[in-house]
Design a protein. Sequence first.
Length: 391
Amino acid sequence: MADPAELSARLVAELTEAGDLVPQWRAAFQAVPRHRFVPDTVWVQDGDRRLVPVDRADDEARWLELCYANDFVVTQVDDGVPAEPGRVGRDISSSASRPDVVASMLAALEVEPGMNVLEIGTGTGWNAALLAERLGDDKVVSVEVDPAVADRARRVLWDAGYEIAVAATDGALGCPSFAPFDRVIATVAADQVPHAWAEQSRPGGRVLVPWTTDFHNGALVSFTVEPDRTMRGRIVGNVAFMRLRAQRGRHVSLARDVRHVEQARCSSTGLHPYDVLGEYDVSLAVGLKVPRCKLIVRHDDGGAYAVWLVDPWSGSWASLEHGPGAETFPVRQHGPRSLWHEVEAAYHWWEDLDRPTADRWGLTVTAEGQHVWLDDPGNLIGPSCPDQGGQ
């Protein structure tokens, strides 16, 4: 079995060589071994895409490899109550983030010694320990919505020598009793960015948030807090996180939400699904323009795949079949919305805007709400459908 110290050194070297780990954070990564924070039971997908446990007591070598792979580690399923029998889980509810994502987000936070940091989403506690290693225990506050996860992280942090304040509360509320903060970093995604994070920040502070839409999960926004507590920021990276629990929305199930297939409206399209779904910049734009549209892709062994678009609020759905070498693709749609047509229209809208890249998009957050803009905060962009309230 590999030595944890060797695995940790290998991971640090890999992150450094890839350019993800900047010099300012290297010492912290070297000092804080990841496996000390990962629970003894983690979860992996089996061949049927089910979540099954890997227990340290049963296979410590595999568990350690998972701890030090440059990948996320599932640390909780089904909010801590996995389905029985056989401890098979359905939904990921907590994880340890990819080390390269952790490193790149810490670099983007632009924190300096002496600053106070609020972390939203404690998880295993590893990210909080990295912050404390560089800034000091008294400069880091972390909040975690799940009391059991918070209790474990607090205990592991203290056992590792980090006396960090960990509060079991809704991260959307921040932690006002420890405010104000110079930096806020969220390790959970938000579609509606809580203004409380700005209210608890000093003017000129930075708030780093993984921002998501129903269609696209993968935009990291770096905000600056203005004196009136308005936050303005641009997309600075591509990261995907689970949402704040209060913003989870509705879970999509094809078996439950795809109904009345025999009544579907049939058509075809020449727009290749990869042009919409496989390219980050356009997928982001479609998510901005088409709310309440969740994406599922199902592959088969022959290289074909099916794209499903589902709005579980209205009961609308669309499917597109892709086969190798095809130039046109059959489309089926049902419900009050024609989701594929909306996605096609959003694609052409993005083209008409001269195909903006992700870094041209920005977000303004005030106490009254949030607004998306392109290039300039005055150039507001609105969705083509009603907003995403009532999730």
